[in-house]
Design a protein around this ligand. Sequence first.
Ligand SMILES: [Zn+2]
Length: 582
Amino acid sequence: MDLKYKWATEDIYKDLNAWEEDFKKIAKPDFSVFRGKLGSVKGFSECAEKQEEYEKVLEKLSVYAYMKHDENTKDSVYDALLNRVNSVAVKFSAETSFVIPELISLDKSVLESYIKDPALSDYDYFLKCVLKNKEHFLSEGEERLLSMSAEALSSFKDVFTKIDNADLPITHFTHNGVKYPLTHGTYGVYMQNPDRALRKKAFKTYYKAYISLINSISATYYGSVKSDVFYAKAKKYPSALAAAMAGEDVDVKVYKNLISSVHTALPLLHDYMAEKKKALKLDKMYMFDAYVPTVENADIKLEYDKAYELVVKGLSVLGKEYAGLLNKAHDERWLDVYESDGKRSGAYSIAVYGVHPFVLLNYQKTTHDVFTIAHEMGHSIHSYFSNRTQSYAKADYKIFVAEVASTVNEVLLCRYLIENEKDIKLKKYLLSYLMEMIRTTLFRQTQFAEFEEKVHSLVEKGVPLNKDNMSKIYLSLNKKYYGKAIVSGGEIKYEWARIPHFYRAFYVYKYATGIISALAIADRILTEGEPAVQDYFKFLSSGGSDGPVELLKIAGVDLTTEKPFTGAFRVFGDALEKFKAL
Ligand SMILES: [Zn+2]
């Protein structure tokens, strides 16, 4: 294969010897000299600097091993490297596990003076978070008990995983005399099959399996919710929601605002579902019809280099610097482009501080893969800007904002293609691509978020959860979100029972706030131009230097208000109008 389509791992380490040299430097982490010393500026800053030195090298070592492993997963050499670096990482985190508790035990005034100290400015945001945590820190003995209980309380998730992956009675279904294998992976594919009877069979068979275990699943999820509530109470948070949001440094207001703003836009979703029903020529539409593509796949069929050029053109509204970086990434081999024997499937972006980001693709000539280039390069350039601007301690961005840059690129590219495409079928395909993305990421995840909030608050009021009350709540939400176009009944009321994400409470809302932010930013860039682009770059450069909601404000997105939602729904509404017109 032409070397120009392979990523330049030599930019991290020229060879295995260089990797081994670096490995020696961190093989035996020892931080014992810093124990009990964090109460002085000198002690704290020396410890923080040494931690940083270690982390930088660990990151380089592990990213290199990871990338090499993914180039050919059949090659066990890199498995061994990964194992070695992972085991040092575990030692390192055990060695430094005293840091946060020791900082929390310091006097409030000491922490406040550290935050103001210009010599410690790299750590000010980290210290602010420690200070916020201090309010919820219990006595040493209580904290120890709590962390001991954490292992037992996390069992509910493991129980569900076992049910979902081992005990769930799904194997196959038969349709027109043909046996079809049914798994979690194939279920999603069947839901997009144009044969309606096949979809229905797959849907009914899949749900039947969950329903056969519904009492066990209900009890398992109830246990998980109870442990969220227990932990929040023990830690003196007003609610399980507040405890989860504190972990990400996001105000509860953002969560409530997401739900109420999405409610105001539900008529748009109802309208979309009705339009989809019409396009699919259905007299009745069920949930097993919801995932069928409205427009058959229309592929752009471009060679990789041409596809990449199209992405650069599609994102030209971001200006010369951005285009220059995209071209640099292409020419300097940040990307590993084609499928090869043993290569890991899918796509991702990964960055090394002080080097540059890398992207793994498995490029095929589909429209979806053109979007994947834009998506992954969005992540990469976000990392590039942040790493270039921020110190190591502040460079990493939080999960809350992680999908913003990638989605901005997808939306901008989609809008560009829609504007410039002559082929009506492809244009309709692109519009429905955009609308489906908004339906599944924004509306569906908000519906999930609302369900989580409702069941947690029931338990906080002392109401036990069971299959009946949870299904009743779920069904009423499903009706509310999808409206009259969908016949909302039957199995769908048990959908909550099959969502693994629910065992990580109050997580999925981030998908919704991520896409809202991205749509609002894209809308602003397309309507205001240069000033919006400049603000967006400032956001991309801000890494993890402050709370994620604060950082988004730099790009003009204030998630505590209704404004970004208005912009986001405008994009959806526009797409729907254009689709109807075609
Ligand atoms: Zn992504």
